[in-house]
Write a new protein. Structure first.
Length: 247
């Protein structure tokens, strides 16, 4: 990933107005209090809900925008903050912050996010899903591994698992969106993941975009952004959640 260009920063500012309607919320994660941003659809609930998990950059405006757009689709969308307020603007900074997050703390925070959504009177407790990108895509899978009642999971080019004993714990249908040119999560990795889940009888839908690499959905990834593939990925995501969470 490249450092944000001036154009990308302008785009971030432009989208901020769209994503700024969320409400800051706090909830307990173990002995700590953590923060997030909750976007609620217009109209009368209760609504299905989503945990929205950021990339290695942190909870920046692009991720807030995705949560806001998902709320427009009819989901109470909680954008979590695994970095506790830190947001990176360069790859080196993102790498440093990501490495400083204890994995057990992140998983505890995500469980707390699930419990927070379940506690909301306007949320359908049996219709909660997760979605994430990059680092957040991997954590979206982790939510499915750790939350047996999760109703749907979208993994956007996140880390995968193939251990059958671990994958047996997944009950949620999975949509996975990946780039064939991703050097970190290769098509071979994706196929092994897909095959392992299918052998266990799990519901999984995989799409690998031939001309895309890592983070192809993020317009701030100046060289790697693939607008046509990103649009298709968004359509697949909307259709998937409509099928799994709006039954």
């Amino acid at each position: 990933m490249k450092t944000l260009s001036a154009l990308c920063i302008t785009l971030l500012i432009a989208t901020f107005a769209f994503a700024a309607d969320g409400k800051s919320v706090s909830y307990k994660s173990g002995d700590e209090t953590v923060q997030g941003v909750l976007y609620t659809p217009t109209g009368k609930g209760p609504y299905p809900a989503l945990i929205v998990i950021h990339e290695w950059w942190g909870l920046n405006d692009w991720v807030k925008d995705q949560a806001s757009k998902l709320a427009d689709q009819g989901y109470a969308s909680l954008a979590v903050d695994l970095y506790r307020g830190k947001v990176a603007t360069t790859p080196d900074e993102a790498h440093e912050i990501m490495r400083g997050v204890p994995e057990d703390r992140a998983k505890r925070d995500l469980h707390a996010a699930v419990e927070f959504l379940k506690s909301q009177p306007n949320v359908k407790k049996d219709r909660i899903g997760s979605i994430g990108w990059c680092m957040g895509g991997g954590y979206s899978l982790d939510v499915a591994l750790r939350e047996p009642d999760l109703a749907a999971t979208v993994i956007n080019y996140g880390h995968l698992a193939t251990d059958p004993e671990a994958l047996k714990k997944i009950n949620a249908p999975i949509l996975g969106l990946f780039g064939a040119q991703d050097r970190g999560i290769t098509p071979d990795d994706v196929h092994k993941f897909e095959q392992a889940l299918k052998q266990l009888g799990k519901k999984i839908d995989i799409k690998i975009y031939d001309d895309a690499g890592h983070a192809f959905e993020n317009l701030n990834n100046k060289e790697g952004y693939r607008p046509a593939d990103a649009a298709d990925a968004w359509t697949r995501t909307v259709d998937f959640f409509a099928t799994t969470l709006k039954k």
